[in-house]
Design a protein around this ligand. Structure first.
Ligand code: SF4
Length: 263
């Protein structure tokens, strides 16, 4: 594998925030490019946002992680909720999430959307790369104070070295992701109930994965049991990106959900 860190995720978040969000009459609006019902979690209403502070080489949404995307426009938390609520009622769904890019950028917007959704009785799955949660205890306290939110922190690799190759961010940020989990434990959130780690397992050896389990167990003994495994999906643009970065997965799935062992 080849690859060098070329981004600073905290700086990138700061640069992106004014481009993917704006304040109108005291309300923070975020840029969305789509709303839909998705099959994950047994059915979940999804708002797809623009802008992410990592540059994962296996990202399926690489076309929307910058500051713009075709057909994107700004929504207030209330306007986004209305669209999502309409889809939920039509499809009989009780779960909501933001996807596409990183929802913790423009946190004031997302916090308000989560609050509205949870007050209306929905469960909100906050899918995040955890970088901003890992450096901002206030954000973790916000999440811990809302009933009905479940945080899914997507750990991008099983080791700091692989994290650096896969995300193009310095390996120190691997530990920031783990710190997000630690902060949630410290804020009294329950692993498996209030939050859990998802881990990209496509690129590491079994030994490296065991090493990560030990690090997770140091944070909370229940965490290794709560892992949601993630594997790269070989969409044509993902395959192209992996090749361009000289990165080869060990295990992957085709877009039709067929497992592929590559080594
Ligand atoms: S964190 Fe997610 S959205 Fe962001 S670059 Fe990585 S895979 Fe893509």
């Amino acid at each position: 594998m080849v690859g060098r860190p070329s981004i600073d995720p905290l700086r990138l978040a700061r640069v992106l925030e004014p481009k993917v969000s704006r304040r109108r009459e005291g309300v923070v609006e975020r840029k969305y490019y789509r709303f839909r019902a998705a099959r994950w979690y047994g059915g979940i209403v999804t708002g797809d946002v623009v802008g992410c502070n990592l540059r994962c080489v296996y990202c399926w949404g690489s076309r929307v992680r910058g500051a713009d995307a075709p057909n994107s426009r700004f929504y207030s938390p209330e306007a986004a909720f209305k669209v999502m609520d309409r889809i939920a009622r039509r499809r009989g769904l009780r779960l909501m999430r933001l996807s596409g890019a990183e929802p913790t950028i423009a946190w004031e917007h997302t916090r308000e959307l989560i609050r509205i959704a949870c007050e209306e009785g929905y469960t909100f799955v906050l899918e995040t790369n955890g970088i901003l949660l890992g450096v901002d205890k206030g954000m973790v306290r916000d999440v811990a104070s809302i009933e009905g939110v479940v945080v899914r922190v997507s750990i991008k690799a099983a080791t700091p070295e692989t994290f650096e190759i896969l995300t193009l961010a310095p390996k120190e940020y691997f530990w920031v992701q783990l710190n997000a989990l630690r902060s949630m434990v410290e804020e009294g959130m329950e692993p498996g109930e209030d939050f859990y780690p998802a881990v990209m397992l496509s690129f590491n050896t079994d030994e490296e994965i065991r090493w990560l389990m030990e690090r997770l167990a140091e944070i909370h003994p229940a965490l290794p049991e709560e892992i949601d495994p993630e594997y790269v999906i070989l969409y044509p643009h993902v395959v192209k990106s992996l090749k361009a970065h000289g990165v080869k997965p060990r295990r992957a799935f085709t877009p039709d959900n067929v497992p592929v062992e590559m080594i």
